[in-house]
Design a binder for this molecule. Structure first.
Ligand code: TYD
Length: 205
């Protein structure tokens, strides 16, 4: 029987430098000849990408936002993540369930027990083997975002909102220290990439 692939998610507030790390780690895994996919949330399937443009583009109630994120995750788990892992591929995912806790739970005030119920339903037991949390102060993340492209609906949120999101991620990491690799997004990107690869080293063939 083929060994299940590893599931690695990347998290952090908008502007933390998470996507840079996703690309750098993917390039390093590619160089090692590993069989993997890179995907993202919300997104990763045609339905997920359609949901992404909805949730990033228009106002909606926190409950609606929560349900849409989970609808997208459901398709993503069923169509992409679970099959890839079962086929022995690694899955590198730019955001996953912890983002719903941090943004919808801590950021918007959706009860955490609701998120636990939705997660149990939608994730069907799939949980990252490792979650890389790129931590950066929201004020610094905001400065970085202002240098980048136009802001989407989340990126226009207040510093206060992002302080809650960051605290939410911190709480998730504290509750599951073995699953999380907490890295300081203030450090130079190549140094961070090395720290992540070091953590993955034991799993690499
Ligand atoms: P993001 O990874 O920041 O995309 P980009 O780097 O292209 O801007 O993800 C888009 C937004 O979606 C981000 O602001 C966080 C939000 N989000 C949630 O609020 N809940 C979720 O469950 C997920 C997966 C994302």
């Amino acid at each position: 029987m083929m060994a299940r692939g590893r599931f690695i998610s990347f998290e952090g507030v908008d502007g933390a430098g998470k996507s840079t790390q996703v690309h750098a780690v993917a390039a390093a895994l590619q160089a090692r000849g590993l069989d993997f996919i890179v995907t993202r949330e919300p997104g990763g399937t045609p339905l997920g990408e359609a949901v992404r443009s909805l949730v990033l583009g228009q106002e909606m109630a926190p409950m609606t936002e929560t349900l849409l994120m989970h609808a997208a995750r459901s398709e993503h788990v069923l169509q992409v993540i679970a099959p890839a892992l079962a086929a022995g591929k690694w899955v590198i995912c730019d955001r996953f369930a912890d983002a719903s806790y941090a943004y919808q739970g801590y950021g918007r005030g959706v009860p955490l027990e609701r998120l636990a119920q939705l997660g149990a339903w939608v994730q069907a037991g799939q949980q990252p083997d490792l979650t890389v949390l790129v931590d950066v102060a929201p004020a610094e993340a905001q400065r970085r975002r202002e240098r980048a492209r136009a802001a989407d609906r989340f990126e226009k949120e207040s510093l206060d909102f992002f302080e809650r999101v960051r605290a939410g991620y911190g709480a998730r990491a504290a509750a599951e220290p073995h699953r999380f690799l907490l890295i300081d997004g203030g450090i130079e990107a190549p140094v961070l990439t090395q720290a992540i690869l070091q953590r993955l080293a034991a799993w690499l063939p």
